[in-house]
Ligand binder design. Sequence first.
Ligand code: AMP
Length: 225
Amino acid sequence: MSGSLRLALFGPPGAGKGTQAQLLKDKLNLAHISSGDLFRHHLGEGTELGTRASEFMNKGLLVPDGLVIGMVLGEVAGLGQDSGFILDGFPRTREQAEALDTALKVRSQPLDLALLVSVPEAELVRRLGGRFICRECQAPHNLEESQFTSPPRCERCSGELYQRDDDRPDAIQVRIGVYQKQTAPVLDFYRERGLLKEISGVGAVEEINARAITVLGLDSPGQVG
Ligand code: AMP
């Protein structure tokens, strides 16, 4: 049976949103909707949307709302009425947050919670520079230089690992700036509605996940979904 929690995950690039989304998805049996993964999928398939989005993604800029909103809300609309979900990387602008709010109201399924994973900037820069993604299962890996194998392989499925264009140093700085300017203000949207919770994203992955489970109020038996 799928869980029914409706959650949006926030955090600067490199905060570990994708990793936490995967863990929460598996533990709570939720659908995982990642706007970045959807764009990368479109790009891989060579669609027009993928090509248009990549012009912005490669520079570390946000893809225009007009391209993002329809794509993500289309995914949400495709879920079963009672299916819970984790939004990962969406909404990133006030306009996206308002469009999501309206779409979920129409379904009578408002968001339960917005969860912010916060990490200091110096740590983000260090992490993103060593981040590699699996081409097969999209799992993110953090590789120190000493861990490089040739070619690097995924520890989950042995797929090939690659570094995203937007994880190169110049794009990293742009993405952090874009987050601070365009996405951090979206947090106020949820704070004003009493939906925002925050956890520290520093520490071991399982430790951070335990914080998320606690803050979601799901750490006592029988409370899941
Ligand atoms: P992510 O995998 O979430 O880091 O997203 C990678 C890139 O995709 C971002 O740097 C943006 O260029 C684009 N992107 C993903 N989600 C959004 C969004 N909600 N709004 C605008 N651009 C997005």
